[in-house]
Design a binder for this molecule. Structure first.
Ligand SMILES: Nc1ncnc2c1ncn2[C@@H]1O[C@H](COP(=O)(O)OP(=O)(O)OP(=O)(O)O)[C@@H](O)[C@H]1O
Ligand SMILES: [Mg+2]
Length: 251
Protein backbone atom coordinates (compact mmCIF):
# COMPACT_ATOMS: atom_id res chain seq x y z
CA UNK A 1 0.00 0.00 0.00
CA UNK A 2 1.29 3.43 -0.95
CA UNK A 3 0.03 6.80 0.21
CA UNK A 4 -1.97 7.22 -2.99
CA UNK A 5 -2.96 4.23 -5.13
CA UNK A 6 -4.61 4.73 -8.51
CA UNK A 7 -5.80 1.46 -9.93
CA UNK A 8 -7.28 0.78 -13.36
CA UNK A 9 -9.03 4.13 -13.68
CA UNK A 10 -11.24 4.75 -16.73
CA UNK A 11 -13.06 8.02 -17.24
CA UNK A 12 -15.06 9.76 -19.94
CA UNK A 13 -17.19 12.90 -19.89
CA UNK A 14 -20.77 11.79 -20.38
CA UNK A 15 -21.02 9.58 -23.43
CA UNK A 16 -17.91 11.09 -24.98
CA UNK A 17 -14.80 9.17 -25.92
CA UNK A 18 -12.61 7.86 -23.11
CA UNK A 19 -10.41 10.57 -21.59
CA UNK A 20 -8.54 8.23 -19.21
CA UNK A 21 -8.01 4.54 -19.86
CA UNK A 22 -6.65 1.98 -17.43
CA UNK A 23 -4.62 4.55 -15.51
CA UNK A 24 -2.68 2.96 -12.65
CA UNK A 25 0.16 4.36 -10.55
CA UNK A 26 1.16 4.69 -6.94
CA UNK A 27 2.64 7.61 -5.05
CA UNK A 28 4.77 6.79 -2.03
CA UNK A 29 4.55 8.98 1.05
CA UNK A 30 7.09 11.77 0.81
CA UNK A 31 7.71 11.24 -2.91
CA UNK A 32 7.03 13.84 -5.58
CA UNK A 33 5.32 12.79 -8.78
CA UNK A 34 5.12 14.74 -12.01
CA UNK A 35 2.31 13.99 -14.43
CA UNK A 36 3.18 15.18 -17.91
CA UNK A 37 1.55 14.99 -21.30
CA UNK A 38 0.53 17.29 -24.09
CA UNK A 39 -2.58 19.44 -24.00
CA UNK A 40 -5.70 17.29 -23.89
CA UNK A 41 -3.92 14.16 -22.65
CA UNK A 42 -6.12 14.09 -19.53
CA UNK A 43 -3.89 15.63 -16.84
CA UNK A 44 -6.48 18.00 -15.34
CA UNK A 45 -9.13 15.30 -15.55
CA UNK A 46 -6.88 12.95 -13.60
CA UNK A 47 -6.29 15.64 -11.00
CA UNK A 48 -10.03 16.23 -10.63
CA UNK A 49 -10.45 12.52 -9.95
CA UNK A 50 -7.60 12.62 -7.41
CA UNK A 51 -9.37 15.52 -5.70
CA UNK A 52 -12.60 13.55 -5.57
CA UNK A 53 -14.47 16.14 -7.66
CA UNK A 54 -15.51 13.47 -10.15
CA UNK A 55 -15.90 9.72 -9.97
CA UNK A 56 -14.07 7.26 -12.21
CA UNK A 57 -16.21 5.06 -14.50
CA UNK A 58 -14.07 2.13 -13.44
CA UNK A 59 -11.14 1.57 -11.11
CA UNK A 60 -10.30 3.05 -7.73
CA UNK A 61 -8.30 5.82 -6.14
CA UNK A 62 -7.25 5.16 -2.57
CA UNK A 63 -5.52 7.23 0.07
CA UNK A 64 -3.76 5.19 2.75
CA UNK A 65 -5.65 2.15 1.48
CA UNK A 66 -9.13 3.72 1.72
CA UNK A 67 -10.84 4.12 -1.67
CA UNK A 68 -12.47 7.49 -2.38
CA UNK A 69 -16.23 7.38 -2.10
CA UNK A 70 -17.49 10.71 -3.45
CA UNK A 71 -21.01 9.96 -2.14
CA UNK A 72 -19.84 9.70 1.47
CA UNK A 73 -19.66 13.30 2.68
CA UNK A 74 -17.94 12.58 5.97
CA UNK A 75 -15.31 10.49 4.18
CA UNK A 76 -14.84 13.31 1.67
CA UNK A 77 -14.37 15.89 4.42
CA UNK A 78 -11.54 13.76 5.84
CA UNK A 79 -10.17 13.21 2.35
CA UNK A 80 -10.19 16.95 1.50
CA UNK A 81 -8.24 17.63 4.64
CA UNK A 82 -5.51 15.29 3.36
CA UNK A 83 -5.57 16.21 -0.33
CA UNK A 84 -5.43 19.88 -1.34
CA UNK A 85 -4.69 21.57 -4.66
CA UNK A 86 -3.21 24.63 -6.31
CA UNK A 87 -4.35 25.62 -9.80
CA UNK A 88 -2.90 27.46 -12.75
CA UNK A 89 -4.41 30.89 -12.55
CA UNK A 90 -3.51 32.85 -9.42
CA UNK A 91 -5.87 35.64 -10.54
CA UNK A 92 -9.14 33.75 -10.78
CA UNK A 93 -8.48 31.30 -7.94
CA UNK A 94 -8.52 33.93 -5.17
CA UNK A 95 -11.72 35.75 -4.18
CA UNK A 96 -10.94 39.49 -4.64
CA UNK A 97 -13.31 40.48 -1.83
CA UNK A 98 -11.62 38.37 0.81
CA UNK A 99 -8.57 39.45 2.76
CA UNK A 100 -5.52 37.22 2.54
CA UNK A 101 -6.24 36.02 6.08
CA UNK A 102 -9.76 34.95 5.15
CA UNK A 103 -8.55 33.28 1.95
CA UNK A 104 -5.91 31.21 3.73
CA UNK A 105 -8.20 30.41 6.69
CA UNK A 106 -11.02 29.19 4.41
CA UNK A 107 -10.12 25.45 4.50
CA UNK A 108 -9.84 25.62 8.30
CA UNK A 109 -13.42 26.87 8.42
CA UNK A 110 -14.93 24.66 5.73
CA UNK A 111 -13.16 21.54 7.03
CA UNK A 112 -14.12 22.49 10.60
CA UNK A 113 -10.58 22.19 11.84
CA UNK A 114 -10.13 22.88 15.53
CA UNK A 115 -7.21 24.87 16.89
CA UNK A 116 -5.76 28.31 16.69
CA UNK A 117 -6.60 29.49 13.16
CA UNK A 118 -4.58 32.68 13.53
CA UNK A 119 -1.46 30.69 14.37
CA UNK A 120 -2.08 28.14 11.60
CA UNK A 121 -2.56 30.89 9.00
CA UNK A 122 0.58 32.67 10.22
CA UNK A 123 2.53 29.42 9.93
CA UNK A 124 1.31 28.79 6.38
CA UNK A 125 2.10 32.36 5.35
CA UNK A 126 5.59 32.04 6.75
CA UNK A 127 6.09 28.70 4.94
CA UNK A 128 5.40 30.36 1.57
CA UNK A 129 7.69 33.29 2.27
CA UNK A 130 5.19 36.11 2.75
CA UNK A 131 5.29 38.42 5.74
CA UNK A 132 2.57 38.91 8.31
CA UNK A 133 1.53 42.36 7.04
CA UNK A 134 0.08 40.55 4.00
CA UNK A 135 -2.81 39.16 6.03
CA UNK A 136 -4.92 42.32 6.05
CA UNK A 137 -4.39 43.01 2.37
CA UNK A 138 -6.40 41.86 -0.66
CA UNK A 139 -5.37 39.78 -3.71
CA UNK A 140 -5.22 42.73 -6.13
CA UNK A 141 -2.38 44.17 -4.05
CA UNK A 142 -0.10 41.26 -4.95
CA UNK A 143 1.86 40.12 -7.99
CA UNK A 144 1.07 36.88 -9.80
CA UNK A 145 3.88 35.05 -8.01
CA UNK A 146 2.76 36.37 -4.62
CA UNK A 147 -0.81 35.36 -5.38
CA UNK A 148 0.36 31.87 -6.16
CA UNK A 149 2.14 31.86 -2.78
CA UNK A 150 -1.18 32.82 -1.16
CA UNK A 151 -2.93 29.98 -3.02
CA UNK A 152 -0.23 27.58 -1.85
CA UNK A 153 -0.59 28.83 1.75
CA UNK A 154 -4.33 28.12 1.54
CA UNK A 155 -3.62 24.63 0.20
CA UNK A 156 -1.17 23.75 2.98
CA UNK A 157 -2.80 25.46 5.96
CA UNK A 158 -4.66 22.32 7.06
CA UNK A 159 -1.42 20.34 6.70
CA UNK A 160 -2.56 17.92 4.00
CA UNK A 161 -0.62 14.75 3.24
CA UNK A 162 -0.88 15.40 -0.49
CA UNK A 163 -0.52 18.65 -2.40
CA UNK A 164 -1.76 18.56 -6.00
CA UNK A 165 -0.59 21.28 -8.37
CA UNK A 166 -2.15 21.74 -11.82
CA UNK A 167 0.09 23.87 -14.06
CA UNK A 168 0.67 25.90 -10.92
CA UNK A 169 3.63 27.79 -12.36
CA UNK A 170 2.67 27.92 -16.04
CA UNK A 171 1.20 31.42 -15.86
CA UNK A 172 4.28 32.90 -14.20
CA UNK A 173 7.36 34.47 -15.75
CA UNK A 174 10.54 32.38 -15.72
CA UNK A 175 12.16 33.89 -12.62
CA UNK A 176 8.97 33.64 -10.59
CA UNK A 177 8.38 30.14 -11.91
CA UNK A 178 11.80 29.03 -10.68
CA UNK A 179 11.09 30.51 -7.24
CA UNK A 180 7.67 28.89 -6.90
CA UNK A 181 9.06 25.53 -8.07
CA UNK A 182 11.75 25.86 -5.39
CA UNK A 183 9.03 26.60 -2.83
CA UNK A 184 7.02 23.54 -3.88
CA UNK A 185 10.18 21.44 -3.73
CA UNK A 186 10.86 22.68 -0.21
CA UNK A 187 7.28 21.93 0.84
CA UNK A 188 7.51 18.43 -0.65
CA UNK A 189 9.85 17.52 2.21
CA UNK A 190 6.80 17.57 4.50
CA UNK A 191 4.09 16.47 2.10
CA UNK A 192 3.67 14.43 -1.02
CA UNK A 193 3.59 16.52 -4.17
CA UNK A 194 1.70 15.59 -7.33
CA UNK A 195 2.64 18.10 -9.97
CA UNK A 196 0.76 18.25 -13.25
CA UNK A 197 2.46 20.09 -16.08
CA UNK A 198 2.98 20.07 -19.81
CA UNK A 199 6.46 21.45 -19.04
CA UNK A 200 8.97 18.63 -18.69
CA UNK A 201 11.67 21.04 -17.54
CA UNK A 202 9.67 22.05 -14.47
CA UNK A 203 8.88 18.43 -13.64
CA UNK A 204 12.53 17.48 -14.10
CA UNK A 205 13.42 20.14 -11.54
CA UNK A 206 10.71 19.37 -9.01
CA UNK A 207 9.72 15.70 -9.14
CA UNK A 208 11.52 12.48 -8.27
CA UNK A 209 9.05 10.33 -10.18
CA UNK A 210 7.21 10.87 -13.44
CA UNK A 211 4.19 9.53 -15.28
CA UNK A 212 3.78 10.33 -18.98
CA UNK A 213 0.21 10.46 -20.29
CA UNK A 214 -0.63 10.17 -23.95
CA UNK A 215 -4.30 10.47 -24.87
CA UNK A 216 -5.40 9.21 -21.48
CA UNK A 217 -3.00 6.31 -21.18
CA UNK A 218 0.22 6.05 -19.24
CA UNK A 219 2.96 5.34 -21.77
CA UNK A 220 5.95 5.61 -19.46
CA UNK A 221 6.68 5.99 -15.76
CA UNK A 222 9.54 5.72 -13.29
CA UNK A 223 12.23 7.87 -11.74
CA UNK A 224 12.26 11.21 -13.58
CA UNK A 225 16.02 11.10 -13.97
CA UNK A 226 15.94 7.69 -15.67
CA UNK A 227 12.91 8.38 -17.84
CA UNK A 228 14.28 11.67 -19.15
CA UNK A 229 17.82 10.35 -19.62
CA UNK A 230 16.60 7.34 -21.61
CA UNK A 231 13.03 7.90 -22.74
CA UNK A 232 11.79 4.60 -24.16
CA UNK A 233 8.50 5.68 -25.64
CA UNK A 234 8.48 7.79 -28.83
CA UNK A 235 5.90 10.07 -27.23
CA UNK A 236 8.22 10.87 -24.31
CA UNK A 237 11.09 11.39 -26.76
CA UNK A 238 8.93 13.82 -28.73
CA UNK A 239 7.83 15.65 -25.58
CA UNK A 240 11.43 15.93 -24.46
CA UNK A 241 12.54 17.28 -27.83
CA UNK A 242 9.75 19.87 -27.96
CA UNK A 243 10.11 21.43 -24.51
CA UNK A 244 12.85 23.85 -23.47
CA UNK A 245 14.70 22.66 -20.37
CA UNK A 246 15.03 24.68 -17.19
CA UNK A 247 18.23 26.76 -17.34
CA UNK A 248 21.26 24.91 -15.98
CA UNK A 249 21.91 25.52 -12.32
CA UNK A 250 18.29 26.18 -11.54
CA UNK A 251 17.18 22.57 -11.46
N1 LIG B 1 -15.86 19.35 -18.81
C1 LIG B 1 -15.53 18.63 -19.90
N2 LIG B 1 -16.50 18.11 -20.70
C2 LIG B 1 -16.19 17.39 -21.80
N3 LIG B 1 -14.93 17.11 -22.18
C3 LIG B 1 -13.92 17.61 -21.44
C4 LIG B 1 -14.18 18.40 -20.26
N4 LIG B 1 -12.98 18.74 -19.72
C5 LIG B 1 -12.04 18.20 -20.52
N5 LIG B 1 -12.59 17.53 -21.55
C6 LIG B 1 -11.86 16.77 -22.59
O1 LIG B 1 -11.08 15.77 -21.96
C7 LIG B 1 -9.81 15.67 -22.58
C8 LIG B 1 -8.72 15.86 -21.54
O2 LIG B 1 -8.79 17.19 -21.04
P1 LIG B 1 -7.89 17.70 -19.84
O3 LIG B 1 -8.36 19.06 -19.48
O4 LIG B 1 -7.90 16.68 -18.77
O5 LIG B 1 -6.47 17.74 -20.53
P2 LIG B 1 -5.08 18.38 -20.01
O6 LIG B 1 -4.06 17.30 -20.20
O7 LIG B 1 -5.26 18.92 -18.66
O8 LIG B 1 -4.82 19.52 -21.08
P3 LIG B 1 -4.07 20.95 -20.87
O9 LIG B 1 -2.60 20.68 -20.88
O10 LIG B 1 -4.49 21.74 -22.08
O11 LIG B 1 -4.56 21.54 -19.58
C9 LIG B 1 -9.80 16.67 -23.72
O12 LIG B 1 -10.12 15.99 -24.90
C10 LIG B 1 -10.88 17.65 -23.33
O13 LIG B 1 -11.46 18.21 -24.47
MG1 LIG C 1 -5.07 20.83 -17.83
Amino acid sequence: MSLLDVNGVDFSYGRGKPVLQQVSFAVEAGASLGIVGESGSGKTTLLRLLLGLTRPDAGTIALNGAAIDTRDSSFMRGYRRQVQAVFQDPYSSLDPRQSVFDIIAEPLRSLRIAGDHVALVAGALDAVGLDATSLRRYPHQFSGGQRQRIAIARAIVARPQVLLADEAVSALDLTTRVRIVALLQALSKDMTLVFVSHDLGVVAAACRDIVVLERGRIVESGRTRDVLARPKHPYTQALLASVPRMPEGLS
